[in-house]
Design a protein around this ligand. Sequence first.
Ligand SMILES: Nc1ncnc2c1ncn2[C@@H]1O[C@H](COP(=O)(O)OP(=O)(O)OP(=O)(O)O)[C@@H](O)[C@H]1O
Ligand SMILES: [Mg+2]
Length: 260
Amino acid sequence: MHSPARRLTVLSGKGGVGKTLVTANLAAALAAKGTRVLVVDADLGLANLDVILRLSPVYTLQDLLYGRAALDETILPTQGGFDILPGGSALAHDASLTPTARDLWPTMLATLQARYDLIVFDAGAGIGDIVQAFAQMGDEILLLTTPEPTALLDAYATLKVLLRHSPTKPIRLIINQTVTLPASQALATHLMTVATRFLDAGHPVPMTYMGAVPLDPLMASSVARQQLLFLNHPTAPASLAIAILAKNLLEAGALPLAAR
Ligand SMILES: Nc1ncnc2c1ncn2[C@@H]1O[C@H](COP(=O)(O)OP(=O)(O)OP(=O)(O)O)[C@@H](O)[C@H]1O
Ligand SMILES: [Mg+2]
């Protein structure tokens, strides 16, 4: 029996910084290395993981949680060699979980953890209740930002909330849509310094810089074609960067169970 899947939650604060695209391409890079990956579209309000993968799900996470569909009819294989659990799109009245659904979820998660090596929650923007609930489910957080000051500010605000609720949970910072690598490194160092100085965690901020993904026009055009960049342009700058992120993530290894 293999150990239960490692769980990652992808957060950003600001919307539209590239969480879904980086998640999907990273999942493809990890799948190519033999990792069994499930990506859960945890953006219950504006799910779109299925769209970038050219899928038309019949059932979604909400159907699963409300007992309208079974696990096996909800999970879909993708062109990237990983599976997804689709989210419902723009279902405002469904964008929160009822107590019954919340009760069902731990059992389902345990089943999924036995089937996969890695479960990635692609959360929505902001740091509202649902996003925080998915942050709690991750053993680790991938915090994504772009170099824009507004995105950095929102990443900082997210970091503040994360540290308040889970002070020791490992956070891996990814800077997306970068122009130069040294500039990204400098931004990561700056964010770390500010967090250490002002967030007063009482211990070192558990954040490490995982790497950067360049601003790559092919990334945007692949969305329009509903194709994964990593598969169709494996040598594009963003694909090469994603391959490095995948390697870093696997080398960082799973957390010891005691830290869960
Ligand atoms: N590295 C990149 N290079 C170029 N364009 C990018 C890159 N990453 C993301 N984009 C652009 O940003 C858009 C938004 O990306 P994505 O949907 O992944 O963001 P998101 O953070 O998941 O958004 P939301 O908060 O709405 O869930 C993409 O459609 C794409 O055009
Ligand atoms: Mg998204």
